[in-house]
Ligand binder design. Sequence first.
Ligand code: CTP
Length: 319
Amino acid sequence: RAEVVINGSSSPAVVDRSNESVKHNIQPGLSKWRHNQTLSLRIRKQILKFLDAEKDISVLKGTLKPGDIIHYIFDRDSTMNVSQNLYELLPRTSPLKNRHFRTCAIVGNSGVLLNSGCGQEIDTHSFVIRCNLAPVQEYARDVGLKTDLVTMNPSVIQRAFEDLVNATWREKLLQRLHSLNGSILWIPAFMARGGKERVEWVNELILKHHVNVRTAYPSLRLLHAVRGYWLTNKVHIKRPTTGLLMYTLATRFCNEIYLYGFWPFPLDQNQNPVKYHYYDSLKYGYTSQASPHTMPLEFKALKSLHEQGALKLTVGQCD
Ligand code: CTP
């Protein structure tokens, strides 16, 4: 039986950054992309050997109690105590329990989305996943509005909300949270010790202002399990990005998966500059050795899956 070939090579890809965007060329309108249902199911089955999105998407209330001690995943020597607020916000059952969707969109944050006109298309998908509380209102034409799940790395509170230094920033975050209006807010709370206070601030805001979101806090094993799956498939990632985590989880409950805003390169397919994020002035960090991510390598794997019909990558304009 044919195996899924993701990377196509047994050694980590050597990335030549000079003409990367050319190398990764995906003809948007011209490609005859067709969904490969058999392959998607096979990938789902393989991933299920490493993790189960239904369970690993969040720690549940029954499994922890206030005061429990947790070792951070990346800082094993540091611990946190499960606070009363965190405990209150843990879901009783998985937010994805028995959920299945015909099509899902995963919206990455690359500037390649600007002027894509993809908003409408994104909003037609049954389930839309977004990353790191990226703004939508001002960019609706290109990124859409529908949000069923949005992630929030604790660092976002520092980067996009000035660590809530004053009432104005607290209000901004509160408005953003209110706008989620019942969707799932996915907070990796147990990854690194640096996020401790930021997670607590957000938890407190949600409870104090009765924000209508369904909080989820990924399981302690998720990250290693996802990394394990990709390493087994010869994709030598250091630490999976939020985008790759979302794709890996989505295989469990989405029949067809469509990726937008995944483009970790400074030039687009026509050699025009692309912003790292569509909404801020953050610069490319993936080339630095210090970055925990290997985005171009991840992209290569996703592109290979696109070519095999397991997912669809859109990196240009929507029709
Ligand atoms: N992404 C991409 N190309 C970019 C920027 C982002 O492919 N130029 C994808 C990545 O998969 C990333 C996701 O979009 O994880 C969300 O972007 P971002 O919020 O920037 O995530 P990061 O903070 O860069 O990374 P992470 O949250 O995974 O630490």
